[in-house]
Each structure stands twice: as C-alpha cells, then as structure tokens.
Design a protein around this ligand. Structure first.
Ligand code: BV8
Ligand code: ZN
Length: 260
C-alpha cells in the first residue's frame, strides 16, 4: 500500500487530483462516505451552508429532533414535505453519476449521511443510509410504514402549517424515516459501515462538515486501521486536520476526474 502522501501535496489541485486518481485506482477496498455537499450541486441545500433556501431561517438541529416535532409538528412536517418535493424534482449530479460509474470498474462501498435517494437514482448501491431516508414515511407512534400519495405542495411558497398525514392504523401523525438529533442510528447500517471502514485501504470523504456524530467518527476509525483518507470538499471541515489529503474541489468537479 502506497505510504500516506504528505500534507505538503495539498498545493496545486492538479497534483492532488493525480495523487487521488492513483490512490483510488490502486485501492484494494475503497469506501466512499458522503454528506450533504454531495447533493449540493443537485440543488439540495446543505445543512450548514448559507444557501438562500426557504428554510435557511430555521435551525435544522432544532427542527430535526423529537422535541422539535413535539413542539410544532406542523412546522416540522412542512419542512420535511418541502424537502421531499425538492428531492423529487432534483436530478443526480455528475458526482453521483461518477460514483455509480466507478463502482462498475472496481469494488466500492458507499456509505451516506444523506437522506435523499440521489445515489440510488444515479445507479449506485448504497450500503448504508446512516441517517435514514426522508421518503421512508412511518407513523410516529406505532411505526407502521405510510405509503399513500402525499398532497401536492407549492415548492416556492410552501405552507409552514401543514398538518402531517394521520396513520391509518392508529391515527397518530406520520413522520419522515430519518434519524433525528438525539435518536440512535439504525444498528445494522452503522455496524456494516464501521466494518467497511475497518477493512478499507482508501476512504474518500465527500461533502461533509464532519460535525455530526457518530458518523463523523468513521474517517478516524479508517485511519486507525491503516487506511489513507482523502477529503473532497471546497472548504476545510472539522475533518480536514485528521485526513491525509484535502482535495479542495466540489463533488461534481472532483469525482468525474476519478474516471480519467
Ligand atoms: C446519537 C437526518 C446516540 C435528519 C441528521 C445531545 C443530545 C443527544 C445527542 C447529542 C447531543 N450532543 C451531541 C449529540 C450527538 C449528535 C451530534 O452529533 N450533534 C452534533 C451536531 C454536535 N448526534 C446525534 O444526535 C445522533 N444520534 O448520537 O444517538 C445518542 C442518543 C441520545 C443521547 C445521546 C446520544 C444522530 C445524528 C443524526 C442527525 N440527523 N439528518 C434530517 O435530514 O433532517 S444529521 C444532518 O447533518 C444530515 O443528515 C447530515 O448528514 C448531517 C451532517 O451534515 P453534513 O452532511 O456534513 O452537511 P453539512 O451541511 O453540515 O456540511 C456540508 C459540507 O459540504 C460542508 O463541509 C461544505 O463545505 C461541503 N460542500 C458544500 N458544497 C459542496 C460541498 N462538498 C462537496 N461538493 C459541494 N458542491
Ligand atoms: Zn400508527
């Protein structure tokens, strides 16, 4: 396995691009971890970006929690309903498609913190959605999956007081199938992701601020087990100090280069 390149190679993104292309090509077990930055170029606002989305004035950490739901479930439901509609009309970007293409050439394990289905729509198999799937609706109380059609909303002027649908089974409210702050991650996807990064020799971390745990621990676990960890992010993140290489580029700019 090639020795971890020194940080000094961060100069000149072409030099780093070539280094990463070689690392990926020679990888025995490649794991890719993606965050909200992966879907930014598909028009999906990130959590902590300063995008001018309709919801930039609310704090996702407050809304994405059981207390937030209990405090104002119509507001929380309206936020998710708006995001579900946004994702439905979004398209996978060249970064999603490049990962799907790369997986047809070499073994690649994909773990995402994202709750959208853009990796799947680009043709990728996703080992784990660590924070669930926004479109996997279920009853807040009895957990019965909810598969009925949702009423259409206006993406540009969503109604912030939209009552969630009622569970046909028990009448309680339907919630999105995501992991809220303070909720535990699904056990099997988490365990599979830890095992994947423990076995990896190369890990690409794409588009995550590295602020949310336990997902943010995965790059460290990989490095502790000898993997070379590369971050693809136009900005530094909470992970930058602990990775081997930081390729300052966006997902849609960098990932297609791996197919060169
Ligand atoms: C847990 C689903 C055990 C919802 C999400 C107090 C009480 C309870 C828990 C805690 C606590 N204090 C701390 C915790 C732990 C907490 C946590 O980590 N909090 C942080 C914020 C401090 N974690 C949890 O609660 C987890 N559960 O610990 O359970 C437990 C239980 C009880 C008590 C104690 C412990 C659950 C965490 C899951 C939360 N759910 N999402 C929804 O989607 O609405 S997390 C949410 O943030 C998203 O899912 C996303 O995955 C995640 C991280 O965001 P990122 O993906 O990194 O995106 P972000 O916007 O932050 O950054 C984007 C990055 O992309 C940036 O770096 C940017 O530069 C870059 N970028 C931008 N454009 C591009 C780009 N990169 C590439 N290309 C581009 N074009
Ligand atoms: Zn129910």
């Amino acid at each position: 396995m090639s020795p971890a390149p020194s940080k000094s190679q961060n100069e000149g993104s072409d030099a780093i691009a070539l280094t990463v292309v070689r690392l990926v090509r020679d990888a025995r077990q490649l794991v890719v971890l993606t965050g909200a930055g992966m879907s930014a170029e598909s028009g999906i606002p990130t959590f902590r970006g300063s995008d001018a989305s309709w919801w930039s004035r609310f704090d996702p950490q407050r809304l994405a929690s059981v207390p937030g739901w209990k405090a104002d479930r119509a507001l929380v439901w309206a936020w998710y309903r708006w995001r579900i509609a946004l994702i439905a009309q979004a398209q996978p970007n060249p970064g999603h498609r490049a990962l799907a293409q790369l997986a047809r050439r070499q073994s690649l394990v994909l773990v995402t913190q994202n709750v959208d289905d853009l990796h799947e729509r680009a043709g990728s198999d996703v080992l784990a959605h660590l924070h669930g799937r926004i479109d996997a609706l279920r009853c807040f109380a009895c957990g019965t999956p909810y598969t009925r059609e949702l009423p259409v909303i206006d993406l540009h002027a969503p109604d912030p007081t939209l009552e969630p649908p009622a569970c046909p089974h028990c009448g309680d409210a339907v919630r999105p199938g995501v992991v809220w702050f303070g909720e535990i991650l699904p056990e099997l996807p988490w365990r599979a992701s830890v095992e994947a990064v423990e076995q990896a020799d190369v890990v690409l971390v794409v588009g995550t601020s590295g602020l949310v745990y336990p997902a943010a621990e995965l790059p460290q676990i990989a490095r502790r087990n000898g993997a070379t960890v590369v971050e693809i992010n136009p900005q530094p993140s909470a992970l930058t100090a602990q990775v081997d290489l930081h390729w300052r580029a966006t997902a849609a700019q960098a990932l297609p280069r791996l197919l060169d």
